[in-house]
Design a protein around this ligand. Structure first.
Ligand code: SF4
Ligand code: SF4
Length: 147
């Protein structure tokens, strides 16, 4: 299954999709074959071709760790192979245009995260780092009340 990018920017189009059981199996097998063992299972990705800088940019393609993005010569746009997108947000982090690539993903605890620009990715990275720091400190100094 391949998901095209679209030129229609509309919030209603940016929804969380669910993979069918068969999709999930195929996805697991394909990702395993390229060495990816852990990944976020559910999510969606969408590229706004109206604001994308096109073939002269391709920063998202170069940043994608699973080669899920590529430049499709006809009609001339970024294309996405959805099965191998792991919703890592590296493309959003590298995109030079806000809201051009939009990634939404569902954590194993059911929490939905959405990313439309590098600032939103950075915010998540900071929060992960802070949480790790708190956990590390708690482990090393278990009796101290941190907050
Ligand atoms: S979210 Fe990650 S895996 Fe998916 S297209 Fe972007 S860079 Fe590639
Ligand atoms: S990084 Fe953004 S602007 Fe550049 S090609 Fe990819 S989607 Fe388009």
């Amino acid at each position: 299954m391949e998901m095209d990018s679209s030129g229609n920017s509309d919030d209603n189009q940016f929804f969380m999709e669910s993979f069918t059981r068969e999709d999930k199996k195929k996805r697991y097998e394909v990702l395993k074959s390229i060495g990816v063992k852990e990944f976020i299972e559910d999510g969606s990705i969408w590229v706004d071709m109206k604001t994308c800088k096109g073939i002269g940019c391709q920063l998202c393609i170069n940043a994608c760790p699973t080669y899920a993005l590529y430049w499709r010569a006809f009609p001339g746009e970024i294309a996405i192979i959805k099965e191998i997108c792991i919703f890592c947000t590296a493309c959003v982090w590298n995109c030079i245009v806000d809201d051009c690539i939009q990634v939404s993903r569902k954590r194993s605890n059911g929490e939905i995260e959405r990313f439309r620009n590098p600032r939103e990715v950075l915010k998540l990275l900071h929060s992960i780092d802070s949480n790790k720091l708190v956990e590390r400190t708690k482990t090393r100094v278990p009796k101290v009340q941190l907050f």
